[in-house]
Ligand binder design. Structure first.
Ligand code: GLC
Ligand code: CA
Length: 557
């Protein structure tokens, strides 16, 4: 698949469009919006899980890999979805969640029953430590904080769960597990699915013997499951036996990944995944990559992260670019201010420039294209995410209740999962039911699709322009990336160059004016304006005062 030229859109089905008024998004709702999605100019959709799930982690805990969650519709609806997508030239990328199943999956239900059933070894069951085995088998912690082990009374053993305790980890040392997964892949590929976004895909392989890990409190044990020795061969096998038999595309979500490690999986000479999602660039406003610990935004972290990935993969492997997804609070308000409506709009477009002009396949998360913001003042009880509740337990012990809640409110995942804002009608046009599964952000009266459709100057139309521009601007797709060493924490400027053609992307990351002097190396260039988020930016590159969040792209001649 020609994924280098393509752009993708991510749909979080539960929050996209509710067709039957139960307050929950569904497949028929998505189908009704396919014309809208196609009008963005994207080439495919990644769907967060549509499979049966008891919703401990809203679809990332799968109880049946071969059927559709009845809340979202039926298999017939899904066939209709794929057919309607393909008619519009939209590829269908499914989420593939195979590090763990739901504890309600029949494999786990059987696995629990006794110590010697054929499914026991599909998961990691171990005796506890200490007197009577009442301490967990090792010190690993869950990504959602707390121990990664849960005691089960029935057989008096513990099972491993790197996420919620309703998400037991599968054991890839058992050859049966990978065979099952291959069957599942083939099942969906035969139905016409075009590829997979592979959930936490680089942690499937755990060190034999499950030894204790280093560190304290968070991510303890990671050196025993992140990018482990046999990881690549597991993926190679899925590729050889299933994916390569079809025209597919894969993107692997790779937690805690570095450029060097990424190359193991995606180096074009020997790749087992087409692309990966990295995280470094999303950590410019937290402490050590931990979303539970927000910090002030620091542009230098973003610049350095992009520098590493853009240059590190260039000519060897292919990047992806994203600023939002269902695990990230809304980017507008994080990397730029939303103190006024004017700033929100300028900031959203600036971030669109910064992201779409980078090298790599772009992913736009539902609502990002209209500049949706995180949910303000959400009460504890309004939350739905298990990560929020588990993290609260830990943070409360460390910081006390008030500070814990304040910290969690900034970057928690429910922020980005509130219903899509379609129009200014009740529930933002998402549902006719006033009890939506998560509350609607009250700013829907101003922030919604309908109000932006016909406004040539809207964020929505800005995204459409950028997506269209990328399609036939080879510098945007194939160009080298050079960071200009100017601007510190305030200005972000980079060049893209391909076949002698150059683009300069220049963004003021502050909500104030910034006096920009043309760097020496560009003083003698002719230039003309390609696109800007202000109507009247200088048509040629010149010393100038950039306005709040002004972001200009010049073609250099
Ligand atoms: C991935 C998903 C996230 C989920 C986790 C466990 O990070 O994006 O939503 O909670 O994996 O499946
Ligand atoms: Ca519904």
């Amino acid at each position: 698949m020609d994924y280098k030229r393509m752009s993708f859109y991510q749909v979080y089905p539960r929050s996209y469009c509710d067709s039957n008024g139960d307050g929950i998004g569904d497949i028929k709702g998505i189908i009704s919006k396919l014309d809208y999605i196609a009008s963005l100019g994207v080439n495919g959709i990644w769907f967060s899980p549509l499979y049966c799930s008891p919703n401990a982690d809203y679809g990332y805990d799968i109880s049946n890999y071969r059927d559709i969650n009845p809340e979202y519709g039926t298999m017939e609806d899904f066939y209709e979805l794929i057919e309607q997508m393909h008619k519009r030239n939209l590829k269908c990328i499914m989420d593939l969640v195979i590090n763990h199943t739901s504890s309600q999956h029949e494999w786990f239900i059987k696995s629990r029953q006794s110590k010697d059933n054929p499914y026991r070894d599909y998961y990691f069951w171990r005796k506890g430590r200490g007197k009577n085995g009442l301490l967990p088998p090792n010190n690993w912690t869950s990504f959602f904080t707390g121990s990664a082990w849960k005691y089960d009374e029935l057989t008096k053993e513990w099972y491993l769960h790197l996420f919620d305790d309703y998400q037991p980890d599968l054991n890839y040392d058992n050859p049966r597990v990978i065979e099952e997964v291959e069957d599942i892949l083939t099942y969906w590929l035969d139905k016409g699915v075009d590829g997979f976004r592979c959930d936490v895909i680089t942690i499937l392989n755990k060190t034999k013997g499950l030894p204790n890990g280093k560190g304290k409190l968070v991510l303890v044990g990671k050196e025993h499951y992140v990018d482990n020795v046999d990881m690549k061969s597991i993926l190679a096998r899925l590729k050889r036996d299933c994916l390569d038999k079809y025209d597919t595309y894969t993107v692997g979500e790779s937690v805690l990944i570095t450029v060097d490690k990424a190359l193991r999986y995606i180096d074009e000479k020997d790749k087992v995944l087409d692309t990966i999602f990295a995280f470094d660039h999303m950590n410019a406003d937290n402490v050590g990559g931990i979303r539970q610990l927000p910090a002030k935004f620091n542009l230098n972290i973003l610049k350095k992260a992009n520098q590493r990935w853009q240059n590190g993969l260039y000519g060897k492997a292919w990047n992806t670019n994203y600023l939002e997804n269902h695990d990230q609070a809304r980017i507008v308000g994080r990397y730029c201010s939303i103190a006024t409506e004017q700033l929100r709009v300028k900031g959203a477009k600036m971030l669109a420039n910064v992201m779409l002009f980078l090298s790599g396949t772009p992913y736009i998360y539902q609502g990002q294209e209209i500049g949706m913001t995180s949910m303000p003042n959400m009460s504890y009880d309004q939350h739905k995410d298990t990560d929020y509740f588990r993290s609260y337990q830990l943070l409360k012990k460390i910081f006390g209740r008030k500070t814990a809640l304040a910290k969690l409110s900034v970057l928690n995942r429910d922020n980005a999962r509130t219903p899509m804002q379609w129009n200014a009608e009740p529930q933002a046009g998402f549902s006719i039911n006033h009890q939506t599964w998560l509350p609607v952000n009250p700013n829907y009266l101003t922030v919604n699709v309908e109000s932006q459709l016909d406004d040539g100057d809207s964020i929505l139309n800005y995204y459409k322009q950028l997506i269209a521009l990328r399609v036939d601007t080879d510098e945007m797709i194939f160009g080298t990336y050079t960071l200009l060493n100017i601007g510190g924490r305030k200005l972000y400027a980079y060049l893209r160059e391909y076949n002698g053609k150059r683009l300069l992307v220049m963004s003021n990351f502050t909500d104030k004016q910034y006096s920009m002097r043309v760097p020496k190396c560009l003083r003698n260039c002719n230039s003309h304006l390609l696109i800007s988020n202000y109507q009247d930016s200088p048509i040629q590159l010149t010393d100038c005062v950039l306005r709040p969040y002004e972001s200009i792209v010049y073609r250099l001649i």
